[in-house]
Design a protein around this ligand. Structure first.
Ligand code: NAD
Length: 433
Protein backbone atom coordinates (compact mmCIF):
# COMPACT_ATOMS: atom_id res chain seq x y z
CA UNK A 1 0.00 0.00 0.00
CA UNK A 2 1.44 3.39 -1.02
CA UNK A 3 1.09 6.34 1.30
CA UNK A 4 0.29 9.52 -0.57
CA UNK A 5 0.24 13.08 0.68
CA UNK A 6 -2.17 15.22 -1.36
CA UNK A 7 -1.48 18.92 -0.92
CA UNK A 8 -4.54 21.01 -1.80
CA UNK A 9 -8.11 19.75 -1.38
CA UNK A 10 -9.82 21.71 -4.14
CA UNK A 11 -11.71 20.22 -7.08
CA UNK A 12 -8.62 18.36 -8.31
CA UNK A 13 -6.84 17.50 -5.05
CA UNK A 14 -9.90 16.14 -3.27
CA UNK A 15 -11.16 14.14 -6.24
CA UNK A 16 -7.68 12.73 -6.89
CA UNK A 17 -7.13 11.99 -3.21
CA UNK A 18 -10.48 10.23 -2.81
CA UNK A 19 -10.06 8.22 -6.03
CA UNK A 20 -6.47 7.18 -5.21
CA UNK A 21 -7.71 6.08 -1.76
CA UNK A 22 -10.43 4.08 -3.51
CA UNK A 23 -7.66 2.40 -5.56
CA UNK A 24 -6.33 1.09 -2.23
CA UNK A 25 -3.69 3.72 -1.46
CA UNK A 26 -3.52 5.43 1.91
CA UNK A 27 -4.06 9.15 1.23
CA UNK A 28 -3.49 12.05 3.62
CA UNK A 29 -5.08 15.24 2.28
CA UNK A 30 -3.55 18.50 3.46
CA UNK A 31 -4.86 22.03 3.07
CA UNK A 32 -3.96 25.42 4.54
CA UNK A 33 -7.68 26.17 4.81
CA UNK A 34 -8.45 24.88 8.34
CA UNK A 35 -12.21 25.32 7.89
CA UNK A 36 -12.12 23.20 4.74
CA UNK A 37 -10.26 20.45 6.62
CA UNK A 38 -12.82 20.54 9.47
CA UNK A 39 -15.66 20.25 6.95
CA UNK A 40 -13.97 17.24 5.36
CA UNK A 41 -13.31 15.58 8.71
CA UNK A 42 -17.04 15.92 9.39
CA UNK A 43 -17.71 13.94 6.18
CA UNK A 44 -18.90 16.89 4.11
CA UNK A 45 -17.45 18.14 0.82
CA UNK A 46 -16.94 21.91 0.64
CA UNK A 47 -18.08 22.24 -2.99
CA UNK A 48 -20.57 20.59 -5.32
CA UNK A 49 -19.30 17.59 -7.27
CA UNK A 50 -21.63 14.66 -8.04
CA UNK A 51 -20.76 11.38 -6.20
CA UNK A 52 -17.77 12.90 -4.38
CA UNK A 53 -19.27 13.05 -0.90
CA UNK A 54 -20.08 9.31 -0.92
CA UNK A 55 -16.59 8.44 -2.11
CA UNK A 56 -14.98 10.65 0.55
CA UNK A 57 -17.15 9.23 3.34
CA UNK A 58 -16.57 5.62 2.27
CA UNK A 59 -12.78 5.93 2.10
CA UNK A 60 -12.64 8.03 5.25
CA UNK A 61 -14.59 5.31 7.09
CA UNK A 62 -12.21 2.66 5.72
CA UNK A 63 -9.32 4.73 7.13
CA UNK A 64 -7.65 5.05 3.74
CA UNK A 65 -8.43 8.79 3.48
CA UNK A 66 -7.63 11.37 6.15
CA UNK A 67 -7.52 15.16 6.40
CA UNK A 68 -5.12 17.49 8.16
CA UNK A 69 -3.50 20.91 8.08
CA UNK A 70 -0.23 19.35 9.28
CA UNK A 71 1.93 19.24 6.18
CA UNK A 72 5.13 18.22 7.95
CA UNK A 73 3.96 14.94 9.47
CA UNK A 74 2.04 14.05 6.29
CA UNK A 75 5.16 14.54 4.18
CA UNK A 76 7.22 12.38 6.51
CA UNK A 77 4.73 9.52 6.19
CA UNK A 78 4.40 9.68 2.40
CA UNK A 79 6.08 7.80 -0.45
CA UNK A 80 4.68 10.28 -2.96
CA UNK A 81 3.59 13.88 -2.45
CA UNK A 82 1.06 15.21 -4.95
CA UNK A 83 0.71 18.98 -5.27
CA UNK A 84 -2.74 20.09 -6.42
CA UNK A 85 -2.82 23.75 -5.40
CA UNK A 86 -4.22 26.48 -7.65
CA UNK A 87 -2.14 27.96 -10.47
CA UNK A 88 -4.37 30.93 -11.39
CA UNK A 89 -3.63 33.66 -13.90
CA UNK A 90 -1.07 36.01 -12.33
CA UNK A 91 -2.85 38.98 -13.90
CA UNK A 92 -0.59 39.20 -16.95
CA UNK A 93 -1.49 35.85 -18.55
CA UNK A 94 1.33 33.91 -16.87
CA UNK A 95 0.42 31.15 -14.40
CA UNK A 96 0.92 32.21 -10.79
CA UNK A 97 3.21 29.57 -9.31
CA UNK A 98 3.65 31.06 -5.87
CA UNK A 99 1.36 28.52 -4.11
CA UNK A 100 3.19 25.65 -5.75
CA UNK A 101 6.69 26.91 -4.91
CA UNK A 102 5.62 27.65 -1.33
CA UNK A 103 4.56 24.01 -0.96
CA UNK A 104 7.91 22.81 -2.36
CA UNK A 105 9.79 25.09 0.07
CA UNK A 106 7.68 23.85 2.98
CA UNK A 107 8.01 20.19 2.04
CA UNK A 108 11.65 19.84 1.10
CA UNK A 109 13.33 20.31 4.51
CA UNK A 110 11.08 17.61 6.02
CA UNK A 111 11.79 14.90 3.48
CA UNK A 112 13.70 11.83 4.63
CA UNK A 113 14.54 8.72 2.63
CA UNK A 114 13.14 8.67 -0.93
CA UNK A 115 10.07 10.60 -2.14
CA UNK A 116 8.43 11.37 -5.45
CA UNK A 117 7.12 14.90 -5.72
CA UNK A 118 4.26 14.94 -8.22
CA UNK A 119 2.81 18.10 -9.80
CA UNK A 120 -0.89 17.53 -10.36
CA UNK A 121 -1.51 21.25 -10.80
CA UNK A 122 -1.36 22.59 -14.35
CA UNK A 123 2.07 24.21 -14.60
CA UNK A 124 4.01 25.86 -17.42
CA UNK A 125 6.68 23.93 -19.25
CA UNK A 126 9.90 24.06 -17.25
CA UNK A 127 8.25 24.11 -13.82
CA UNK A 128 9.11 20.48 -13.01
CA UNK A 129 12.73 21.16 -13.90
CA UNK A 130 12.66 24.21 -11.61
CA UNK A 131 11.16 22.17 -8.76
CA UNK A 132 13.91 19.61 -9.31
CA UNK A 133 16.54 22.33 -8.84
CA UNK A 134 14.76 23.63 -5.72
CA UNK A 135 14.80 20.16 -4.21
CA UNK A 136 18.49 19.76 -4.96
CA UNK A 137 19.12 22.92 -2.91
CA UNK A 138 16.60 22.32 -0.11
CA UNK A 139 16.61 18.58 0.64
CA UNK A 140 18.36 17.63 3.88
CA UNK A 141 21.38 15.36 3.81
CA UNK A 142 20.43 11.72 3.25
CA UNK A 143 17.10 12.53 1.57
CA UNK A 144 16.45 11.88 -2.12
CA UNK A 145 13.54 12.92 -4.31
CA UNK A 146 12.43 12.75 -7.91
CA UNK A 147 9.98 15.07 -9.59
CA UNK A 148 7.07 13.77 -11.66
CA UNK A 149 4.49 15.61 -13.73
CA UNK A 150 1.03 14.06 -13.69
CA UNK A 151 -1.38 16.60 -15.24
CA UNK A 152 -5.07 16.12 -14.57
CA UNK A 153 -7.76 16.01 -17.25
CA UNK A 154 -10.92 15.58 -15.15
CA UNK A 155 -13.90 17.81 -15.81
CA UNK A 156 -15.85 19.35 -12.96
CA UNK A 157 -19.33 17.84 -12.92
CA UNK A 158 -18.11 14.39 -14.00
CA UNK A 159 -14.82 14.36 -12.12
CA UNK A 160 -15.11 10.94 -10.46
CA UNK A 161 -16.01 9.15 -13.67
CA UNK A 162 -13.25 11.04 -15.52
CA UNK A 163 -10.66 10.09 -12.92
CA UNK A 164 -11.74 6.46 -12.61
CA UNK A 165 -12.09 5.91 -16.38
CA UNK A 166 -9.74 8.38 -18.02
CA UNK A 167 -8.97 8.42 -21.74
CA UNK A 168 -5.32 8.38 -20.70
CA UNK A 169 -2.98 9.02 -17.80
CA UNK A 170 0.08 11.15 -18.48
CA UNK A 171 3.18 10.67 -16.37
CA UNK A 172 6.34 12.70 -16.85
CA UNK A 173 9.11 11.02 -14.88
CA UNK A 174 12.75 10.59 -15.62
CA UNK A 175 14.02 7.82 -13.35
CA UNK A 176 13.02 4.16 -13.19
CA UNK A 177 12.33 4.53 -9.49
CA UNK A 178 9.88 7.44 -9.95
CA UNK A 179 8.17 5.67 -12.87
CA UNK A 180 7.79 2.53 -10.73
CA UNK A 181 6.17 4.48 -7.85
CA UNK A 182 3.77 6.19 -10.26
CA UNK A 183 2.89 2.94 -12.04
CA UNK A 184 2.16 1.35 -8.69
CA UNK A 185 -0.13 4.19 -7.60
CA UNK A 186 -2.10 3.93 -10.85
CA UNK A 187 -2.00 0.11 -10.97
CA UNK A 188 -5.84 -0.32 -11.00
CA UNK A 189 -6.02 1.82 -14.16
CA UNK A 190 -3.15 -0.14 -15.65
CA UNK A 191 -5.15 -3.32 -15.09
CA UNK A 192 -8.11 -1.74 -16.93
CA UNK A 193 -5.76 -1.18 -19.88
CA UNK A 194 -6.03 2.59 -19.64
CA UNK A 195 -3.42 4.08 -21.98
CA UNK A 196 -0.60 5.42 -19.79
CA UNK A 197 1.71 7.85 -21.53
CA UNK A 198 5.08 7.86 -19.83
CA UNK A 199 7.31 10.66 -20.99
CA UNK A 200 9.65 13.45 -19.88
CA UNK A 201 8.71 16.39 -17.65
CA UNK A 202 8.45 19.06 -20.33
CA UNK A 203 6.38 16.87 -22.65
CA UNK A 204 3.94 15.94 -19.87
CA UNK A 205 3.54 19.60 -18.89
CA UNK A 206 2.88 20.62 -22.48
CA UNK A 207 0.38 17.81 -23.14
CA UNK A 208 -1.98 19.43 -20.63
CA UNK A 209 -1.79 22.93 -22.13
CA UNK A 210 -1.96 21.66 -25.71
CA UNK A 211 -5.05 19.56 -24.90
CA UNK A 212 -6.92 22.39 -23.20
CA UNK A 213 -5.94 24.91 -25.87
CA UNK A 214 -7.08 22.55 -28.63
CA UNK A 215 -10.50 22.08 -27.01
CA UNK A 216 -10.83 25.83 -26.45
CA UNK A 217 -9.91 26.42 -30.08
CA UNK A 218 -12.57 23.96 -31.22
CA UNK A 219 -15.16 25.96 -29.25
CA UNK A 220 -13.97 29.27 -30.65
CA UNK A 221 -13.89 27.83 -34.16
CA UNK A 222 -17.55 26.82 -34.10
CA UNK A 223 -18.40 30.16 -32.47
CA UNK A 224 -16.76 32.02 -35.32
CA UNK A 225 -18.71 29.83 -37.76
CA UNK A 226 -21.83 30.74 -35.73
CA UNK A 227 -21.13 34.44 -36.38
CA UNK A 228 -20.95 33.70 -40.08
CA UNK A 229 -24.17 31.67 -39.96
CA UNK A 230 -26.02 34.62 -38.45
CA UNK A 231 -24.96 36.83 -41.38
CA UNK A 232 -25.59 34.41 -44.24
CA UNK A 233 -28.81 32.74 -43.07
CA UNK A 234 -27.30 29.35 -42.19
CA UNK A 235 -28.05 27.36 -39.03
CA UNK A 236 -24.93 26.60 -37.01
CA UNK A 237 -26.61 23.78 -35.14
CA UNK A 238 -27.02 21.82 -38.35
CA UNK A 239 -23.54 22.82 -39.54
CA UNK A 240 -22.00 21.63 -36.23
CA UNK A 241 -24.00 18.42 -36.23
CA UNK A 242 -22.97 17.52 -39.76
CA UNK A 243 -19.34 18.46 -39.08
CA UNK A 244 -19.34 16.33 -35.94
CA UNK A 245 -20.54 13.27 -37.85
CA UNK A 246 -17.16 13.24 -39.55
CA UNK A 247 -15.17 10.95 -37.28
CA UNK A 248 -12.02 12.94 -37.95
CA UNK A 249 -13.74 15.96 -36.36
CA UNK A 250 -16.08 14.42 -33.76
CA UNK A 251 -19.13 16.06 -32.20
CA UNK A 252 -17.62 17.05 -28.83
CA UNK A 253 -16.79 20.70 -28.13
CA UNK A 254 -18.69 21.85 -31.21
CA UNK A 255 -21.49 23.56 -29.32
CA UNK A 256 -21.91 27.14 -30.44
CA UNK A 257 -22.89 29.69 -27.83
CA UNK A 258 -21.50 31.91 -25.19
CA UNK A 259 -18.00 30.43 -25.26
CA UNK A 260 -15.79 28.76 -22.71
CA UNK A 261 -15.27 29.83 -19.10
CA UNK A 262 -14.25 28.16 -15.86
CA UNK A 263 -11.05 27.91 -13.93
CA UNK A 264 -9.02 26.15 -16.66
CA UNK A 265 -9.54 27.06 -20.33
CA UNK A 266 -9.27 30.86 -19.93
CA UNK A 267 -6.10 30.77 -17.84
CA UNK A 268 -4.50 27.82 -19.63
CA UNK A 269 -4.93 29.34 -23.10
CA UNK A 270 -3.45 32.64 -21.87
CA UNK A 271 -0.58 30.78 -20.20
CA UNK A 272 0.18 28.80 -23.37
CA UNK A 273 0.51 32.04 -25.32
CA UNK A 274 2.96 33.27 -22.65
CA UNK A 275 4.89 29.96 -22.68
CA UNK A 276 5.16 30.39 -26.45
CA UNK A 277 6.32 34.01 -26.10
CA UNK A 278 9.07 32.96 -23.71
CA UNK A 279 10.19 30.28 -26.14
CA UNK A 280 10.03 32.70 -29.11
CA UNK A 281 7.03 30.95 -30.70
CA UNK A 282 3.98 33.00 -31.63
CA UNK A 283 0.94 30.86 -30.67
CA UNK A 284 -1.31 32.57 -33.22
CA UNK A 285 -4.14 30.04 -33.29
CA UNK A 286 -4.52 30.00 -29.50
CA UNK A 287 -4.36 33.80 -29.40
CA UNK A 288 -7.18 33.96 -31.97
CA UNK A 289 -9.25 31.45 -29.95
CA UNK A 290 -8.89 33.70 -26.89
CA UNK A 291 -9.90 36.78 -28.87
CA UNK A 292 -13.00 35.11 -30.34
CA UNK A 293 -14.01 33.84 -26.90
CA UNK A 294 -13.62 37.29 -25.36
CA UNK A 295 -16.50 38.63 -27.48
CA UNK A 296 -19.10 35.99 -26.64
CA UNK A 297 -20.55 37.26 -23.35
CA UNK A 298 -20.82 40.84 -24.61
CA UNK A 299 -22.79 39.49 -27.58
CA UNK A 300 -25.52 38.29 -25.22
CA UNK A 301 -25.92 41.86 -23.97
CA UNK A 302 -25.95 43.17 -27.55
CA UNK A 303 -28.69 40.68 -28.42
CA UNK A 304 -30.71 41.93 -25.45
CA UNK A 305 -30.15 45.52 -26.56
CA UNK A 306 -31.31 44.53 -30.06
CA UNK A 307 -34.65 43.40 -28.65
CA UNK A 308 -35.18 45.79 -25.74
CA UNK A 309 -33.36 48.95 -26.88
CA UNK A 310 -31.74 50.90 -24.04
CA UNK A 311 -31.07 48.57 -21.11
CA UNK A 312 -30.98 51.36 -18.52
CA UNK A 313 -33.64 50.71 -15.88
CA UNK A 314 -34.45 47.25 -17.25
CA UNK A 315 -34.52 44.12 -15.11
CA UNK A 316 -32.81 41.10 -16.64
CA UNK A 317 -33.05 37.54 -15.36
CA UNK A 318 -30.04 35.24 -15.69
CA UNK A 319 -30.74 31.51 -15.49
CA UNK A 320 -27.54 29.69 -14.59
CA UNK A 321 -24.52 31.17 -12.87
CA UNK A 322 -22.04 28.26 -12.77
CA UNK A 323 -19.65 28.17 -15.71
CA UNK A 324 -21.25 24.87 -16.76
CA UNK A 325 -23.88 22.45 -15.44
CA UNK A 326 -23.25 20.03 -12.55
CA UNK A 327 -20.79 22.27 -10.74
CA UNK A 328 -21.00 25.23 -8.39
CA UNK A 329 -17.78 26.71 -9.80
CA UNK A 330 -18.27 30.31 -10.95
CA UNK A 331 -14.63 31.11 -11.70
CA UNK A 332 -14.55 32.95 -15.07
CA UNK A 333 -18.23 32.09 -15.50
CA UNK A 334 -19.84 33.77 -18.55
CA UNK A 335 -22.80 34.67 -16.31
CA UNK A 336 -20.58 36.95 -14.24
CA UNK A 337 -19.35 38.73 -17.37
CA UNK A 338 -22.92 39.24 -18.57
CA UNK A 339 -23.87 40.47 -15.10
CA UNK A 340 -21.04 43.02 -15.16
CA UNK A 341 -21.96 44.29 -18.62
CA UNK A 342 -25.64 44.58 -17.65
CA UNK A 343 -24.88 46.53 -14.48
CA UNK A 344 -22.61 48.83 -16.49
CA UNK A 345 -25.48 49.37 -18.93
CA UNK A 346 -27.72 50.46 -16.02
CA UNK A 347 -29.83 47.28 -15.75
CA UNK A 348 -30.71 45.34 -12.58
CA UNK A 349 -30.07 41.61 -12.49
CA UNK A 350 -32.08 38.78 -10.93
CA UNK A 351 -30.71 35.25 -11.08
CA UNK A 352 -31.11 31.61 -10.17
CA UNK A 353 -28.77 28.63 -10.32
CA UNK A 354 -29.50 25.14 -8.93
CA UNK A 355 -26.22 24.90 -6.98
CA UNK A 356 -23.99 27.95 -7.46
CA UNK A 357 -26.01 30.53 -5.47
CA UNK A 358 -23.82 30.38 -2.36
CA UNK A 359 -20.66 30.93 -4.41
CA UNK A 360 -22.20 34.01 -6.00
CA UNK A 361 -23.57 35.29 -2.68
CA UNK A 362 -20.00 35.19 -1.34
CA UNK A 363 -18.89 37.53 -4.15
CA UNK A 364 -21.20 40.23 -2.79
CA UNK A 365 -22.37 41.42 -6.23
CA UNK A 366 -25.18 43.76 -7.11
CA UNK A 367 -27.58 40.92 -7.97
CA UNK A 368 -30.89 39.59 -6.61
CA UNK A 369 -30.59 35.86 -6.02
CA UNK A 370 -33.95 34.07 -6.19
CA UNK A 371 -35.34 30.75 -4.96
CA UNK A 372 -36.16 29.26 -8.36
CA UNK A 373 -36.19 30.02 -12.08
CA UNK A 374 -39.74 31.42 -12.19
CA UNK A 375 -39.20 33.65 -9.18
CA UNK A 376 -36.10 35.04 -10.92
CA UNK A 377 -38.10 35.72 -14.09
CA UNK A 378 -40.96 37.41 -12.19
CA UNK A 379 -41.21 41.02 -13.34
CA UNK A 380 -38.06 40.80 -15.51
CA UNK A 381 -37.94 42.41 -18.96
CA UNK A 382 -36.06 39.44 -20.40
CA UNK A 383 -34.50 36.13 -19.49
CA UNK A 384 -31.00 35.06 -20.53
CA UNK A 385 -30.42 31.29 -20.49
CA UNK A 386 -26.77 31.15 -19.52
CA UNK A 387 -25.93 27.67 -18.17
CA UNK A 388 -27.44 24.58 -19.78
CA UNK A 389 -28.71 22.91 -16.60
CA UNK A 390 -31.22 20.19 -17.53
CA UNK A 391 -33.98 21.94 -15.58
CA UNK A 392 -33.63 24.97 -17.89
CA UNK A 393 -34.08 22.77 -20.97
CA UNK A 394 -37.60 21.84 -19.88
CA UNK A 395 -39.05 25.11 -18.62
CA UNK A 396 -42.83 25.54 -18.60
CA UNK A 397 -42.85 28.08 -21.42
CA UNK A 398 -46.37 29.38 -20.68
CA UNK A 399 -45.24 30.07 -17.12
CA UNK A 400 -42.07 31.72 -18.43
CA UNK A 401 -44.25 34.00 -20.55
CA UNK A 402 -46.58 34.91 -17.74
CA UNK A 403 -43.67 35.52 -15.31
CA UNK A 404 -41.81 37.92 -17.60
CA UNK A 405 -42.87 41.52 -18.13
CA UNK A 406 -42.02 41.06 -21.80
CA UNK A 407 -41.61 37.69 -23.59
CA UNK A 408 -37.93 38.22 -24.47
CA UNK A 409 -35.49 35.30 -24.35
CA UNK A 410 -31.77 35.21 -25.17
CA UNK A 411 -30.68 31.59 -25.33
CA UNK A 412 -26.88 31.47 -24.94
CA UNK A 413 -26.75 27.67 -25.26
CA UNK A 414 -29.20 27.16 -28.14
CA UNK A 415 -31.44 25.01 -25.94
CA UNK A 416 -34.75 25.93 -27.60
CA UNK A 417 -35.91 26.01 -31.23
CA UNK A 418 -36.40 29.49 -32.68
CA UNK A 419 -39.55 28.53 -34.68
CA UNK A 420 -41.29 27.03 -31.67
CA UNK A 421 -40.40 29.99 -29.44
CA UNK A 422 -41.70 32.44 -32.01
CA UNK A 423 -44.89 30.41 -32.46
CA UNK A 424 -45.43 30.72 -28.71
CA UNK A 425 -45.10 34.49 -29.01
CA UNK A 426 -41.59 34.96 -27.65
CA UNK A 427 -39.08 37.41 -29.03
CA UNK A 428 -36.21 34.95 -29.10
CA UNK A 429 -32.55 35.13 -30.03
CA UNK A 430 -29.78 32.55 -29.83
CA UNK A 431 -26.29 32.09 -31.25
CA UNK A 432 -25.64 31.16 -34.85
CA UNK A 433 -28.97 31.11 -36.67
P1 NAD B 1 -8.85 24.95 -6.07
O1 NAD B 1 -8.67 26.40 -6.01
O2 NAD B 1 -10.21 24.35 -6.09
O3 NAD B 1 -8.05 24.23 -4.88
C1 NAD B 1 -6.76 24.59 -4.50
C2 NAD B 1 -6.62 24.19 -3.03
O4 NAD B 1 -5.24 24.33 -2.65
C3 NAD B 1 -7.42 25.09 -2.06
O5 NAD B 1 -8.21 24.29 -1.20
C4 NAD B 1 -6.32 25.84 -1.29
O6 NAD B 1 -6.69 26.16 0.04
C5 NAD B 1 -5.19 24.82 -1.32
N1 NAD B 1 -3.86 25.38 -1.05
C6 NAD B 1 -3.30 26.52 -1.50
N2 NAD B 1 -2.06 26.68 -0.99
C7 NAD B 1 -1.82 25.59 -0.22
C8 NAD B 1 -0.71 25.17 0.57
N3 NAD B 1 0.41 25.89 0.66
N4 NAD B 1 -0.82 24.02 1.26
C9 NAD B 1 -1.96 23.27 1.19
N5 NAD B 1 -3.04 23.63 0.46
C10 NAD B 1 -2.97 24.78 -0.25
O7 NAD B 1 -8.05 24.49 -7.39
P2 NAD B 1 -8.44 23.34 -8.44
O8 NAD B 1 -9.57 23.78 -9.30
O9 NAD B 1 -8.53 22.05 -7.72
O10 NAD B 1 -7.13 23.34 -9.36
C11 NAD B 1 -5.89 22.88 -8.88
C12 NAD B 1 -4.95 22.72 -10.05
O11 NAD B 1 -5.44 21.71 -10.94
C13 NAD B 1 -4.78 23.97 -10.93
O12 NAD B 1 -3.47 24.02 -11.40
C14 NAD B 1 -5.72 23.72 -12.07
O13 NAD B 1 -5.34 24.41 -13.25
C15 NAD B 1 -5.59 22.23 -12.27
N6 NAD B 1 -6.76 21.58 -12.87
C16 NAD B 1 -8.01 21.95 -12.49
C17 NAD B 1 -9.10 21.30 -13.04
C18 NAD B 1 -10.51 21.70 -12.65
O14 NAD B 1 -11.44 21.29 -13.33
N7 NAD B 1 -10.71 22.45 -11.57
C19 NAD B 1 -8.92 20.26 -13.98
C20 NAD B 1 -7.63 19.91 -14.31
C21 NAD B 1 -6.55 20.56 -13.76
Amino acid sequence: MNTICMVGTGYVGLVTGACLADFGNRVICVDVDAQRIETLKAGRVPFFEPLLEDLVQRNHAAERLSFTTDLVSSVRAADAIFIAVGTPDRGDGHADLRYLFKVVEDIAPHCAGYKVLVTKSTVPVGTGRRVHRMLRDLLPAGAAADVASNPEFLREGSAIEDFMRPNRVVIGAETDRAREVMRDIYRPLYLLETPIVITGLETAELIKYASNAFLATKISFINEVANLCEKVGADVRVVAKAMGLDQRIGSKFLHPGIGYGGSCFPKDTEALVKIGEQAGVDMRIVAAAIEVNGERAEMAVQKLGGMLGDLRGRTICLLGLAFKPNTDDVREAPALKIHKALVQAGASVRAFDPVAMERVRALDLDITLCGNAYEAMQGSDAVVLVTEWNEFRTLDLQRVKSSLKQPVVVDCRNMYARDRMQELGFRYDCYGS
